[in-house]
Design a protein around this ligand. Structure first.
Ligand code: AMP
Length: 365
């Protein structure tokens, strides 16, 4: 069996999926509006807009099944492709994941808790809802937001007055700020036949809304089982196929869903070297309904993102347990251009290795 897998979106996630799939004999074709999409360096890239019917037709003819590396691919595109080739995850799942309001309503429909929220239409609704949340809230666009984009922290009436007027042209949602102790994510994979597996719990740190580090396994906490229970419940309720990642806020007594990604995820990059089977490989296996690989790990792992620039000094490459990834993207402020994964036998060793690495590289985390 040598299927050709089509991937909508040709960024680093598509690239890492292909690099995981080549050893199994899979082939790949990427579809992306940008001719510079970095997956194009490792496979055939069709460059066209997502509504280009001719290009989509050509794409469909070349592939056996389709997945995506970007959750904001238009649902209409996915529906059109699904008439010709199987797509995972489905257009229905995508429609929910693309809209923060639908996502939260879905969670509530299956008794999975989230932050308190209100849909917002216009300034006066925002003022009313912000008062209700004691000016401890965050305004987000319902759609097209990621890595903290389209988000406005609201701590006072003045913060509201400073929001640009055109923000209100979007559908919006106001979320109550969650006083979380930590942010964790569960990577879950489910096959066509319904087999389900999860990787050890990931603990994530963000700066300016962008993931900077992931440590795995997260320090054990009584609430961890709840996070796994909710993630599995969500995947099963959605009849999900492939990898999905659920991000949680953990407070002293609760875990609340922040959002889910209908795709492989940055907080799962450590699985390439840190787990017996990576998120990328199991995602492909799930879509092809192959048996899933083991998701366990030996020891611990940490992932450090390179955002906007690489560290200048590169003489660390001989370190044992250090794995370096460069995505082949043009460096720009706020853009993820690579990552490093560190593996170690135990938490102390991992901690020491991270300190050593950041000192030698002269980077700040
Ligand atoms: P998001 O794009 O929704 O994942 O938000 C990016 C980051 O902003 C999150 O990882 C949190 O660190 C922070 N954040 C977002 N929503 C909330 C919230 N309701 N309460 C507290 N922090 C939040």
């Amino acid at each position: 069996m040598n299927p050709t897998i089509g991937i909508l979106g040709g960024g680093q996630l598509a690239r890492m999926m292909a690099l995981a799939g080549y050893p199994l004999g899979f082939k790949f074709v990427f579809f992306d509006p940008s001719a510079n999409a970095c997956a194009g360096q490792v496979g055939r890239l069709i460059t066209a807009d997502y509504d280009n019917e001719l290009a989509l037709e050509e794409f469909c003819q070349q592939v056996d099944l389709v997945t995506l590396d970007f959750e904001n691919v238009p649902v209409a595109t996915v529906r059109q492709i699904a008439k010709k080739k199987p797509v995972f995850p489905s257009a229905e799942v995508l429609a929910i994941a693309q809209d923060r309001l639908l996502e939260k309503q879905f969670c509530h429909s299956i008794a999975v808790p989230t932050a308190d929220f209100e849909p917002i239409n216009g300034l006066s609704e925002l003022k009313f809802a912000a008062r209700k949340y004691d000016f401890s809230a965050i305004l987000k666009t319902r759609r097209m937001g990621y890595d903290g984009k389209g988000q406005y922290l609201i701590r006072s009436e003045q913060d509201i007055n400073q929001i640009p007027a055109d923000v209100f042209d979007n559908d919006l949602i106001l979320e109550k700020l969650v006083p979380f102790e930590r942010e964790v994510s569960v990577i879950v994979v489910r096959t066509q036949s319904g087999d389900i597996k999860t990787w050890p719990l990931c603990e994530n740190k963000h700066k300016d809304g962008i993931l900077t580090t992931t440590m795995v396994p997260a320090k054990p906490h009584d609430l961890d089982e709840k996070a796994f229970e909710y993630a599995v419940k969500m995947a099963e309720s959605l009849q999900y196929v492939g990898v999905m990642v659920v991000e949680f806020f953990q407070t002293t007594d609760r875990v609340l869903v922040n959002e889910f990604a209908p795709r492989v995820h940055n907080s799962g990059h450590w699985t390439i070297e840190g787990a017996h089977t990576s998120q990328f490989e199991n995602h492909l296996r799930a879509g092809l309904d192959l048996p899933l690989g083991d998701t366990g790990m030996n020891g611990m792992a940490a992932m450090l993102n390179w955002i906007g620039a690489f560290p200048e000094k590169l003489h660390h490459l001989t370190d044992v347990g250090l794995y370096w990834h460069i995505y082949g993207k043009q460096a720009r402020p706020g853009r993820k251009i690579g990552h490093a994964t560190l593996t170690a036998a135990d938490p102390q060793q991992l901690h020491d290795k991270i300190l050593q690495l950041v000192n030698r590289l002269g980077v700040q985390l």
